[in-house]
Write a protein that binds this ligand. Structure first.
Ligand code: ADP
Ligand code: MG
Length: 319
């Protein structure tokens, strides 16, 4: 039976590239660059709530790192360091090896050093804390949006929600869409390059983890404004192609969580610049509506009718 210390040595000790002292002592030593603000964020994943306990451990490891790194992207920060605290019910070496590989692979993909953590026995629970840097004063907050600005979304939101429905046996996706939908669910790609490129352009930003409408609600609340979404502008084509059901595609796009796309606002005179950025990053960026003084979220349908949408995000303690 492995000791806690064997496990740490075998699975959790990795070479670092931008750290003075990593795993092995009572604390890690980091050297933030002069003139930078340190950005810190923690995200916990619980079996049964954030992932299915029987999911591929490599994917669980990837996602544990990815959801944390995504928060750095959403702040327009460069992610640099991460710690991982985990509780394990038993020691399953094969599971741990794959999990640690997945976590390390995501860290490596985004140039993040894995510098420490904690390992204990308990119900499966994974908690990472990520540290990033942003030039002082340049972080993009949720509170900076203003009426009259455009609202943008990256990527193809909705695919992860459809992937989950497929996994739970609630939906049969078109065969050629199963892989991309499950990839969106299991291996979300933090939009780090986009977040960095939007410094000085986006006025407010967050990463969509609990559904576009609910997370938009957080921006609107902190920015004291409302939004008009235009249905004809929503990037619905791909979710629709995956499930061939207009209502389900729209629901996945507006209410599905777990895509980790960036939702951001920007002044209308930056449209050409943001479109050019989309080409440069090879990442769809779609202008889905506008911010306005009037509070709440309204949807303008293709036929000109308007309806009010409820900005409800997934709430772990909600009814
Ligand atoms: P302490 O008893 O001083 O808190 P630990 O015995 O918990 O230290 O951890 C020993 C070293 O291993 C520390 O550097 C810690 O950061 C690292 N470590 C423990 N668990 C993990 C993990 N899951 N991932 C990365 N590093 C870990
Ligand atoms: Mg100690």
């Amino acid at each position: 039976m492995s000791s806690e210390f064997d496990l740490i040595a075998r699975h959790f000790t990795r070479a670092t590239r931008q750290t003075d002292l990593g795993v092995g002592d009572d604390g890690a030593l980091l050297r933030p660059q002069a003139g930078m603000q340190l950005v810190v964020s923690t995200d916990m994943l619980v079996a049964g709530t954030h992932f299915l306990a029987d999911a591929d451990p490599h994917a669980i490891g990837w996602k544990t790192a990815a959801v944390n790194i995504s928060d750095m992207a959403a702040m327009a920060a460069q992610p640099r360091w991460i710690t991982l605290a985990l509780a394990l019910p038993t020691v399953d070496e094969a599971w741990l090896a794959a999990f640690a590989e997945g976590f390390a692979a995501c860290c490596a993909a985004f140039d993040v050093d894995w510098i420490g953590g904690d390992t204990t026995r308990g119900p499966l629970n994974l908690c990472a804390t990520v540290f990033g840097e942003v030039p002082a004063g340049e972080a993009v907050l949720r509170s900076g949006a203003r009426a009259g600005e455009d609202l943008w979304i990256s990527g193809r939101p909705g695919l992860a929600a459809l992937g989950l429905q497929q996994l739970l046996g609630q939906r049969e996706l078109a065969a050629d869409w199963r892989v991309p939908c499950l990839a969106a669910l299991h291996r979300p790609q933090p939009r780090v390059a986009l977040g960095l490129a939007l410094r000085g352009l986006a006025t407010a930003m967050l990463d969509v983890s609990d559904g576009l409408l609910g997370d938009l609600g957080h921006v609107l609340e902190q920015s004291h404004c409302g939004a008009l979404l235009e249905e004809a502008r929503l990037p619905l084509a791909e979710p629709f192609a995956a499930c061939q059901d207009a209502a389900a595609a729209r629901n996945a796009l507006l209410r599905g969580g777990d895509d980790y796309e960036l939702l951001f606002s920007a002044p209308a005179d930056l449209r050409a610049q943001i479109t050019a950025l989309s080409v440069q990053l090879e990442l769809p960026l779609t202008r889905i509506g506008q911010l306005r003084e009037e509070s709440g979220i309204e949807l303008l349908a293709a036929d000109g009718t308007r309806s009010t949408l409820v900005a409800r995000a997934y709430d772990h303690f909600g009814a």
